[in-house]
Write a protein that binds this ligand. Sequence first.
Ligand SMILES: *Cc1c(COP(=O)(O)O)cnc(C)c1O
Length: 333
Amino acid sequence: MMSFDLETIPRLQHCLLPTPIVPMDRLSEHFGKAKIYVKRDDLTGIAIGGNKNRKLEFLLADALLKGSDSIITEGAVTSNHCVQTAAFSKRLGLDCELVLSDSFVGEAMTGNLLLNKLLDVKIHRVHSSSDRKKKMFEIAEQLAHEGKQPYVIPTGGSNKVGILGYVAFMQELAEQSSQLELVFDYFVLATGSGGTQAGLIIGKKLYYPDLSIIGIGVGDKKKETGKAIREIVANFEKEWGLNLGISKKEIVILDQYAGEGYGKPTVKMIDTIKLVAKLEGLFLDPVYNGKAMVGLLDLIQQGEIPSDANVLFLHSGGIPAIFTYQKYFLEKF
Ligand SMILES: *Cc1c(COP(=O)(O)O)cnc(C)c1O
């Protein structure tokens, strides 16, 4: 069994790191309670930034090590993960094929779908997200048949390799925290497939033990997301022979801010994106960060996060979706 040492794990250092930590003074003052900061992972530097780039530093290093020349991954047509994977692959001179399923907002040639066009990657369409995996393995088989070396990345890059990006993130955060002489009490993020939160929970155990991590679910119910996170953590621990003693209550997911489900807008989310833009000059996306910020502000207002706390919000990217969702910003619904 290998022992866990982050420095020795293959990684392509292409992201612009560390990403900055910025105080949200006007937003904090607006509520007059906890002090809010934002960690700008929308500025990771590949495509239009975002959290998947950190995972891809490890996933694509693994792909290269295995001699792969073609990357295959999956998502909805609006997927941020797919664009970041496509852009990162292109940068390495690798082929990339995407399996994209229908999304709630339709097929307009804007946002991430437009960016995928510019990247000139091959797109395979399926109707339902449940059809994507089978399609990916069909494509992989076909490519292998043609003499290529495909590498398949699951939804959101969320497996034991991808989450290393957010284990390493916690090490980065601990260093920044000591440089800034600022201790964060709470960390709030948007949680989808759960890989980011899984990596953060592991990283916290290793590098930032007193931090409380709160995941705001943006689609699935907390039971499913919690199960997904526990599975990824278990795979990771098994791989590295670790037993981090992560209890169920350390995996905090709040699903009451997701509205009617993944990608479905809520009135509060739209209002909150406008509020943050107006007060901070910062744009949040409607699928992930808008809903996560609704959750954060509610926890502060309800006193669940105490007034003397320092809270760090993860801006995980997703900006192109603002354009895909334009009608919700222009109309009342
Ligand atoms: C994918 C994504 C997330 C969620 O990350 P998971 O690891 O899938 O939970 C959050 N924000 C944005 C902008 C994303 O693209």
